[in-house]
Design a protein around this ligand. Structure first.
Ligand code: UDX
Ligand code: UDX
Length: 474
């Protein structure tokens, strides 16, 4: 009988996932722990606007459950020692140096979590991989856990472990809904009793036909494959957007027509500035690394191309802007609308906005950033990280400013660039904006959110991604 669950990692995945589990299992205590004390303090903040993760519906759950059966704590060792199940939900970024640098996942946090569990667990503990991991990571975790039991009397060890893979499929911005109504819950493992225990938790709210059990390696690989397929669709539609601009076709019409084929389906065919988020690039590069390790070079090259196309999409947007502004951005001001990697999240990891704005700054443009949920420090941190990794990019911080008011900050700008599809950008009064901008003024809509009617507003030149109407006019 599962009574106590611990989750290591109070991030974008751990926090919302445990909140939904706690909501559906009031009889189980959930302790979410993190090595970052400040993050735990923020999860415990009385002001629900200050939670470390913004997700629609999350603050209501936290208000309802925190202190009842959901706790955010820093006493990691104790929480592990009393847990029947420990979820590992720590970050697994791409390795920055050494073997596999730039492609393989850095598993140091997973490894240290496994060691901490090995040292502190008591009795039988089910260890669940929630983080997205390279195939066969469960073996690494098992080896570390078992090495701790080997030091004991083998006939009656005081601790035993089962390892399961239970990947997350939540998308940020819709995490609570995705967790509440999942398409499927995947549980990989070979210990039937542990699988049953975890399955029984999900059965509290997920129909049984949606719970799929597989072997460990299939579960790990399914997660990587699902993300690779989703990213592949986005890169595919983004390549077609360029053909639309050249030929006069309209990407929205093309993607609607293509998506109506039930064999293809209409999801993940939205054109954009290139996919971002912590998962897609990392998971594909992980798959690429795996293929190379098994000498599957053609397979590796195939998947690597998805990431290449994504970079190309970001670069071609930046080049379009430079070209429309007469090839010169010095002494020009650009207002960037949106820095989050998609709407309804404050997450900026791998956001297309990072690469595009750094390239514009490198051309000596002055940039004003606006985002309803991302703060100034976060934007500065992302830009600094990018410059550190790409030493060819150079700009002065004095060229950057931040605004919370779109209309005020449009004064005298030469261009407005929409990079995130926030609802408030869909209803901008372009009549007002047109009078404030410096002429000739340009609006670049990289998310295809503006309607045809606004394109006729006098005083502004519009460019919309994948919309051939504008290339014909040129
Ligand atoms: C998750 C997954 O775990 C990752 O594999 C997936 O690909 C993306 O989503 P996410 O929750 O988004 O990661 O990461 P993040 O928001 O950075 O949260 C991870 C948390 O783990 C951080 O708060 C970090 O402080 C914490 N952590 C890290 C620990 O508590 N212990 C560690 O040893 C390492
Ligand atoms: C993704 C997966 O969807 C999720 O299942 C997995 O668990 C984690 O990774 P996430 O990164 O949160 O989720 O967001 P997602 O909605 O998949 O969007 C990723 C990126 O693709 C965003 O930058 C988004 O703007 C972009 N995108 C998405 C498009 O450009 N077009 C689309 O049609 C869909």
């Amino acid at each position: 009988m599962i009574k106590n669950i611990c989750c290591i990692g109070a991030g974008f995945v751990g926090g919302p996932t445990m909140a939904v589990l706690a909501n559906n299992c009031p009889e189980i205590i959930f302790n979410v722990v993190d090595i970052n004390n400040e993050k735990i303090n923020n999860w415990n903040n009385n002001d629900l606007n200050e939670l470390p993760v913004y997700e629609p519906g999350l603050s209501d759950l936290i208000a309802k459950l925190r202190g009842k059966n959901l706790f955010f704590r820093t006493d990691v060792f104790h929480c592990i020692s009393i847990a029947d199940i420990v979820f590992i939900s720590v970050n697994t970024p791409i390795k920055s140096k050494g073997l596999g640098a730039g492609q393989a996942s850095d598993l140091k946090w997973v490894e240290s979590s496994a060691r901490t569990i090995a040292e502190n667990a008591k009795g039988h503990t089910i260890v669940v991989e929630k983080s997205t991991l390279p195939v066969r990571t469960a073996k690494l975790i098992k080896t570390i856990l078992n090495s701790s039991t080997k030091k004991e009397n083998l006939s009656s060890p005081s601790k035993t472990f089962s390892v399961l893979s239970n990947p997350e499929f939540l998308a940020e911005g819709t995490a609570i809904n995705d967790l509440t109504y999942p398409d499927r819950v995947l549980i990989g493992g070979n210990d039937l009793s542990a699988i049953e225990d975890l399955k029984n938790i999900y059965l509290k709210w997920v129909p049984k036909e949606k719970i799929v059990t597989t072997n460990l390696w299939s579960s790990e690989l399914s997660k990587l494959t699902a993300n690779a397929f989703l990213a592949q669709r986005i890169s595919s539609i983004n390549t077609i957007s360029a053909i639309c601009e050249s030929t006069g076709a309209d990407i929205k019409e093309v993607s609607t027509s293509v998506g109506l084929d039930s064999r293809i389906g209409d999801k993940f065919l939205k054109v954009g500035p290139g996919f971002g988020g912590s998962c897609f690039k990392k998971d594909i590069l992980n798959l690429v690394y795996l293929c190379k390790q098994y000498n599957l070079d053609e397979v590796a090259a195939y998947w690597e191309q998805i990431v290449e196309v994504n970079n190309w999409q970001k670069n071609r947007i930046y080049k379009t802007i430079v070209s429309k502004l007469f090839g010169n951005l010095s002494d020009k001001k650009i207002l960037i609308l949106g820095f989050a990697f998609k709407a309804n999240t404050n997450d900026t990891r791998e956001s297309a906005a990072i690469q595009i704005s750094c390239n514009l700054l490198n051309e000596s443009a002055e940039i004003i950033f606006h985002d309803p949920k991302v703060d100034r420090q976060q934007i500065e941190k992302e830009l600094e990280n990018y410059v550190e990794n790409y030493s060819s990019i150079d700009f002065s911080k004095s060229k950057i400013s931040f605004s919370k008011n779109i209309y005020e900050s449009a004064t005298d700008v030469d261009a407005i660039l929409i990079l995130t599809e926030w609802d408030e950008y869909k209803n901008i009064d372009w009549q007002i904006i047109s009078k404030k901008m410096r002429s000739p003024s340009w609006v670049f809509d990289t998310r295809g959110i503006l309607h045809q009617e606004v394109f006729n507003i006098p005083g502004i030149n519009f460019w919309q991604i994948g919309n051939g109407k504008f290339s014909q006019k040129d």
